[in-house]
Each structure stands twice: as structure tokens, then as C-alpha cells.
Design a protein around this ligand. Sequence first.
Ligand SMILES: [Ca+2]
Length: 189
Amino acid sequence: MKNSLLSSSPIRLALLASALAVSSVLAGPDIPNGNMIEGEETPFGWSKPWQSKEDAAEPAKLTLDKEEFVSEPASLKLTSNSETGQVSTQLVVTESPEGTVAAETFTVSGQVKFSGNSTGIAVVAITGLGPDWKQTFRKDLTSARNAGSKWTSFSTPVTLPDGLKRVLIEVSIVEGEGTVWVDDLKTED
Ligand SMILES: [Ca+2]
């Protein structure tokens, strides 16, 4: 009895309404751990690397790199080799199993650096899973070649379609071998 009175009190409803109003004007979903602060061996939240050749003696490697980064204390580092083929790792940015991630437009920015052979390309993309958890949305945010292997920044507008169940950021190396570093991922207006 006491609980039900509390839960429907005008003050509580007013607080709830203002919280919803604030959340509806935020620009894009936050990217969790975008500065690669959390984690021990690997950056927290990022998946075990997928690789196109499954039985490599020396598998693709994902690490939290505490020596090479843009912002302290670390960056994400993903390495492919001749045995792994293409590799990728993913981070869940936001999800709603009912398929109600709202359509919205925002900008994703970050820093990327690739060091590898001449054919290698590192790609950072945003993807979305729709009905049946199938990928129905993908946009490349940036790609990087071995151009002096320097950090380069990107800032890319994204418009998410309606009805996604899950939104992810994907870091991959395609068409060659090397190491990609990513840091300072964030969304803004
Ligand atoms: Ca960092």
C-alpha cells in the first residue's frame, strides 16, 4: 500500500517526466568505454576477435595498448597476420530487443592508426541489427591505410534507421595484414 502510493506520487511522476524529456534531446547514444579506459588485457566491452580463417596457429589479437594511445591510459589494438585473414571486433553501443532504438542523426568521431602491409585497410564502421538480429544497417565511419602509420581523426555523420534491435561499432582489418589502433570514440551533435 505504501509502495503503490509512493510510486504514483505526483513528485515521482514529475521526476520521471523530466528525466524522459532530458534523454530525448541527447545527441546520439553514448559509446561505452570509447576512450579505452576500462579493461585489463583487452578493452572492456569489445568482442573476442572474429577472423575469416578459423584455425590460425597465431590467431588475431585484441589488446588494451597502454603504450600507444591518443588519450591516457590506453587504446584498442587489433592485429591480423597472414594466417588470420580478415579480422574484426565489435562493441555494443545500444540495444533494444523490441526493435525500438529510435531513428536519429548524430556524428561519430574518433582517432585511428593503421600500420601494416601495402594492401591492408583498417575500417571503423557503425552497424545495426534489425528483425531476426540480421544486419540491416552499416556505414563506414573511416578507413585507414599505412600512410606513415600516423593517428588520424575522423568525424562522420550517421543517421540510424528506425527499428533497430542493436547498434554496434566494428573495427576491422581487410585485404591485408597489420595492426590497427583506435581511441577517443564518441558521439556528438
Ligand atoms: Ca584512450
